[in-house]
Design a binder for this molecule. Structure first.
Ligand SMILES: [Fe+2]
Ligand SMILES: [Fe+2]
Length: 370
């Protein structure tokens, strides 16, 4: 039937072009499920990913539900994961490999299913594709398996690439943290300052309506705001008393120094970090440093990290001062609204103080510096 083959080809091509647009693995899984559903309509199409460390399979079935998990030892998915062979079952209750427990728990009635292992190009098993209850009350056929095998080869390779990207992203985050901690340690700002600033930055980005991508980006990049301090001499960086004017000028060069260390990278996270390092001491009214830029000329990431960095410095103890009372912190932000800080960001902070306190409590320093 050339008509049908044509339709199938069309639907595969349109699914593939959608998939090519999405980078994150959870979205991919949902798109793969839809793609498989187009080819062989069934009540449930699930792409399970194997998490070796936790020995579970996980999936993302629909918006709003989030991740679902299943044991890697049980049921047909467990069997297929181990054997690496696809299985068609048209009467699941007649097969001992099927685990009826889930049906019992959920009230769902599984009738038939196809389960196919997902492999990367080296043949390693990455997960299992499963199609449950073919629509129209009919059996799964060998033909269905052939069609699905075709797309599962593609799905396996895409998942492999997505897992690798996740791994690289995690590596990048770790490198950023290590760098940031090195800078913080030298300036004796031990503890969780960097972690908290990163969390406040993400929260502010969410509160003022930045995209999820930007929320994640500022969270990843903001720990590097003081990277430039690595290049400040100990005599100044670790001086216990007040800095002289000259020393202050030198200390302030950490913004530019951090920027010049980071600006050469083409990676998004490092580019954002360069901007944050450069602009986190600029002030809304143009009296900050290093460039005395004002208002919206300061990048939104710079404006956000200014609030996050100052809030954390005030709300926690430092070697030269105790933690401020909440009321005193709030009073300062009210006073500096439109002066040091972007008024929109201060408003978001004031309206959601509890969430900031919560982060401060969650990542409190074990041994506050006094
Ligand atoms: Fe700084
Ligand atoms: Fe800081």
């Amino acid at each position: 039937m050339p008509g049908t083959a044509d339709k199938i080809l069309q639907s595969i091509l349109s699914s593939i072009s959608q998939v090519a647009d999405s980078r994150d693995i959870e979205t991919l899984l949902m798109q793969f499920s839809r793609m498989a559903h187009e080819l062989v309509p069934a009540d449930r199409c699930t792409v399970w990913v194997f998490d070796k460390e936790r020995n579970i399979l996980w999936s993302r079935v629909a918006d709003g539900i989030g991740r679902i998990e299943s044991s890697a030892e049980e049921g047909l998915v467990g069997y297929v994961l181990k054997s690496g062979e696809p299985v068609i079952l048209n009467d699941v209750y007649a097969d001992s490999r099927f685990n009826p427990e889930v049906d019992r728990r959920t009230g769902y009635l599984t009738r038939n299913m196809i389960s196919i292992p997902l492999k990367n190009s080296d043949g390693d098993i990455l997960g299992v594709f499963q199609s449950v209850n073919k629509l129209g009350n009919i059996d799964f056929l060998e033909e269905d398996l052939k069609l699905l095998l075709f797309v599962t080869v593609y799905i396996g390779r895409e998942i492999d690439a997505a897992l690798l990207r996740d791994e690289l992203d995690a590596t990048q985050r770790e490198i950023i943290y290590t760098l940031a901690e090195a800078a913080e340690m030298r300036s004796q700002e031990m503890g969780n300052h960097v972690k908290r600033v990163s969390e406040y930055c993400r929260l502010i980005a969410e509160l003022i309506g930045l995209s999820e991508k930007d929320q994640e980006l500022i969270k990843v990049a903001s720990p590097l705001h003081d990277l430039g301090k690595i290049a400040i001499p100990d005599a100044i960086l670790l001086k216990p008393g007040r800095l002289t004017d000259e020393e202050r000028i030198l200390m302030n060069t950490h913004a530019e120094l951090g920027y010049s260390m980071l600006k050469h990278s083409n990676r998004r996270a490092f580019k954002a970090a360069a901007t944050i390092a450069y602009e986190h001491h600029e002030k809304w009214d143009g009296t900050g440093y290093p460039n005395k830029i004002a208002g919206k000329d300061i990048h939104i990431f710079g404006r956000i990290s200014a609030v996050a960095d100052v809030y954390d410095a005030l709300a926690n103890a430092r070697c030269y001062k105790p933690a401020w009372e909440h009321e005193r912190v709030i009073a300062l932000f009210q006073e500096e609204r439109g002066r040091h800080f972007d008024p929109q960001i201060v408003d978001a902070f004031l309206e959601n103080q509890e969430r900031f306190f919560e982060i401060n409590r969650t990542f409190a320093d074990a041994h506050p510096i006094d």
